[in-house]
Design a protein around this ligand. Structure first.
Ligand code: ATP
Ligand code: LTN
Length: 334
C-alpha cells in the first residue's frame, strides 16, 4: 500500500530542451527512489510561465518533458508522472501559502535576483512568489525527500520554513521535507562560462549539452568547451572548466576523479574532451531512441498525463482539505 511508503516529489520546468545538468543533477536520481518510495514527478508548467513563453512551444515542451521522464527510465506504472496545471490543488495551496510566506524572505531568494536581472522588462509577481508555489508542490503530498540540484537548496529551505510556520500556528499539518542533493553532479557548469550553472534557457547553445543533441553536436560542444590554458587533466585552482568535464565524465562512466586523473595523465585536453563527448553520447543514445519512440505515440503520453493527474489530484486533495479546515474556511456539505 502506497500509504505506508514515504513520499518523494520533484519537478522540472518545461522551459527549454533539458540539459545534461537536468539529467545528472536531478532526473537520473529520480529512478533510484521508485521502488521504496511513493514518487511524484511533475512537469511544472505553472512555474515556467514566470518567464514569457510562446504558447505552442510551451505545449510541445510539456509533452517532451513528460516523454523524457519516461525515456530516462521513470516507469509511469511505478511513479506518478503528471503536469502541474492539471491538478488545481497546486495553485490553490500556492495562494494559501503566499499568506504564510514573508516579503523579506522571498526578497532574499538568489534565483529571483538572477532571473529579475535577466528579465528586467518582466519582473512579475509570479517570479517573486514562485518559491511559494514550489513549497505548495512539495507540501501537498506530505513529501519527505526532494531530489534536486544544489541551485534549489534555498527554495527547499523556504519550503521547510513555511511548513514549520504553518504547523506552529495550526498544529502538525505538513511533513517537513528534506532535500536530496547528488554529490558530484549537484551543479553541472556551463561549457562556455564554467563558473556559471548550465541552464536549459541559456541563449548560448554552446554553453549547454541537451539530452537530445545528436552525437556530432555533443562531440563538438565538448571539444569547444572553455577550459584553462594548462594541459593537465586534474582538479585545482582556476581549473573549473576541466573539473566540470571530469564530473560529467565521472557521472557517465562511473570512474572516480582520481581514476580520471590517472587515466588522462600526460594526454592533454584534446584527448580528454573527445573521451567526455563519447561517454556522454553513448550514455544518451538509448534515452534518445526511447524518446523518439514515445514521441510518436501521443495517445500514450496523453493517457499517462490523465492517469497521473487523477492519482495526484486524489492524493493532493487530502492535504488541501485538511489545510482548509485548519484555516477556518467554510465547507459545503454534499
Ligand atoms: P531554467 O534555465 O529554465 O531556469 P534549469 O535548467 O535551471 O531551467 P529547472 O527546470 O529549473 O532547470 O531544474 C530542474 C531540475 O534540474 C532541478 O532539480 C535543478 O536543480 C536541476 N538542475 C538544473 N540545472 C542543473 C545543473 N546545471 N546541474 C545540476 N542540476 C541542475
Ligand atoms: N523550482 C524548481 C522546479 C520545481 C521543483 C518543485 C523541484 C518546481 N516545483 C518541487 C522540486 C520540487 C526548479 O528547478 N527551478
Amino acid at each position: 500500500m502506497y500509504q505506508d511508503k514515504k513520499v518523494v516529489f520533484s519537478g522540472v520546468q518545461p522551459s527549454g530542451m533539458l540539459t545534461i545538468g537536468n539529467y545528472l543533477g536531478a532526473i537520473q536520481n529520480f529512478r533510484t527512489f521508485s521502488d521504496e518510495y511513493r514518487c511524484y514527478y511533475c512537469v511544472v508548467d505553472e512555474h515556467a510561465i514566470t518567464v514569457r513563453q510562446d504558447p505552442a512551444v510551451l505545449r510541445r515542451r510539456t509533452y517532451e518533458t513528460l516523454a523524457l521522464y519516461i525515456a530516462c527510465g521513470l516507469d509511469p506504472t511505478k511513479n506518478v508522472l503528471f503536469v502541474q496545471s492539471h491538478v488545481s490543488a497546486h495553485a490553490e495551496l500556492g495562494w494559501i501559502l503566499d499568506c504564510y510566506a514573508m516579503f523579506g524572505e522571498l526578497s532574499r531568494m538568489t534565483q529571483f535576483k538572477d532571473k529579475s536581472a535577466k528579465n528586467a522588462d518582466n519582473i512579475n509577481a509570479g517570479l517573486f512568489t514562485y518559491p511559494v508555489l514550489m513549497a505548495a508542490d512539495i507540501l501537498l503530498y506530505q513529501t519527505e525527500l526532494v531530489p534536486v540540484g544544489v541551485d534549489q537548496k534555498q527554495h527547499l529551505e523556504l519550503a521547510r520554513d513555511i511548513a514549520m510556520r504553518f504547523n506552529g500556528v495550526y498544529s502538525d499539518t505538513f511533513v517537513v521535507p528534506e532535500g536530496y542533493i547528488a554529490k558530484t553532479t549537484a551543479k553541472i557548469m556551463s561549457l562556455a562560462e564554467p563558473t556559471k550553472k548550465m541552464s536549459k534557457s541559456d541563449e548560448n547553445e554552446n554553453a549547454v549539452v541537451r539530452i537530445l543533441d545528436p552525437r556530432d553536436v555533443i562531440l563538438r560542444k565538448f571539444k569547444r568547451a572553455v577550459t584553462d590554458s594548462g594541459s593537465e587533466v586534474r582538479r585545482g585552482e582556476g581549473k573549473e572548466g576541466i573539473e566540470n568535464l571530469m564530473s560529467v565524465y565521472s557521472a557517465f562512466t562511473g570512474a572516480s576523479m582520481e581514476e580520471i586523473e590517472r587515466e588522462f595523465d600526460g594526454r592533454g585536453y584534446g584527448d580528454f574532451k573527445a573521451a567526455v563527448g563519447e561517454a556522454c553520447a553513448d550514455a544518451l543514445a538509448p534515452i534518445q531512441a526511447e524518446f523518439a519512440r514515445l514521441s510518436a505515440d501521443k495517445a500514450y503520453l496523453e493517457q499517462v498525463m490523465k492517469d497521473g493527474a487523477a492519482a495526484a489530484a486524489h492524493d493532493a486533495q487530502r492535504t488541501l482539505s485538511k489545510v482548509r479546515r485548519k484555516i477556518g474556511f467554510t465547507e459545503l456539505r454534499r
